[in-house]
Design a protein around this ligand. Structure first.
Ligand SMILES: NCc1[nH]cc(CCC(=O)O)c1CC(=O)O
Length: 310
């Protein structure tokens, strides 16, 4: 029986996602043995710098992609949110399993709801996408950067460094945190999710036909469609984790509903458009074109240039 080596980042979330996927793949009758190989990425090593200032695309995927090319691993399970919009030649996303909750989870001391936070309350996030949208709804809040894994962030909230923090609901759910820790799930209208948030992407070599055939059984069609719409949007906008950009698609009865958002980091400018189409790539590109015509593409380039200066 062929032994498949699965590359994974070392974080608890990455290993949980990897092991979950392997177990689900086994249930489909995939004729393989599996071994997990841990890989440390640049993003894992730089923990004390604000990620948006580090620059470079695919902070969490580069070393993993090299291991795929070098045949050291056969596939890797990524959070789609961490995947660059364009993959290197020779690698593909061979499978996209069913999406977890795409929303952002709001967690506060004493379970005070987001709109009930006192003026000036300190909210921890390291995402420009989250901070811009939160400031739009509550311009009086103070945003304070936060890094570290889920446990570290919850400990910082507990220690009183923040009045509230925001985390992806998907990460919390996959790690087995109960709904009780979450004060409220922010509606996708209040905080449009990041491109790919809650979705996993399985990356492998494009020529590994045997593996691709087995992976296909784990693909969820609706998630495949929404993930492709969101990635087409991200690619067209030249976006990434360094800029305040959000893109969220849903799929119903053959139709993709897409909304895209680009904002200035201080929430002084917002571009927000929606579209519906039957084709994933088209719907993402249509919204990207609408936003670009309003000036969103230039705003992204400007924010990127500012990040690099700091
Ligand atoms: N930015 C890091 C990251 N990449 C994926 C997730 C969570 C899981 C997911 O979105 O699928 C997280 C943590 C977070 O944003 O709270």
């Amino acid at each position: 029986m062929r032994k498949i080596i699965v590359g994974s980042r070392r974080s608890k979330l990455a290993l949980t996602q990897t092991n979950w996927f392997i177990e689900e793949l086994k249930k489909t009758g995939a004729p393989f043995e599996f071994e997990v190989k841990e890989i440390v990425t640049k993003g894992d090593r730089i923990l004390d710098v604000q990620l948006s200032k580090v620059g470079g695309k695919g902070l969490f995927v580069k070393e993993i992609e090299q291991a795929l090319f070098d045949q050291e691993i056969d596939f890797a399970v990524h959070s789609m949110k961490d995947m660059p919009a364009v993959l290197p030649e020779g690698l593909v996303i061979g499978c996209i399993p069913k999406r977890e909750d795409a929303r952002d989870a709001f967690i506060s001391k004493n379970h005070v709801k987001f709109m009930d936070l006192p003026a000036g309350a300190v909210v921890g996030t390291s995402s420009l996408r989250r901070s811009a949208q939160l400031l739009k709804a509550r311009p009086d809040l103070t945003i304070k950067w936060i890094r570290g894994n889920v446990d570290t962030r919850l400990a910082k909230l507990e220690a009183g460094e923040y009045d509230a923090i925001i985390l992806a609901a998907a990460g919390l759910k996959r790690l087995g945190w109960s709904d009780d820790v979450v004060t409220e799930y922010l509606s996708t209208d209040l905080c449009v999710p990041a491109v790919g948030q809650g979705s996993l992407g399985i990356e492998c070599r494009a020529d590994d036909a045997e593996l691709l055939a087995a992976l296909a059984k784990m693909t969820d069609q609706a998630t495949w469609e929404t993930a492709h719409a969101e990635r087409a949007f991200l690619a067209a906008m030249d976006g990434g984790c360094q800029v305040p950009i959000a893109g969220y698609a849903t799929y119903e009865a053959g139709q993709l509903h897409f909304e895209g958002l680009v904002a200035a980091p201080d929430a002084s400018v917002f571009y927000h458009e929606k579209a519906t189409h039957t084709d994933a790539k088209t719907v993402g590109e249509v919204v990207a074109k609408q936003l670009t015509e309003q000036g969103a593409y230039e705003l992204i380039q400007k924010v990127k240039a500012e990040q690099n200066e700091q």
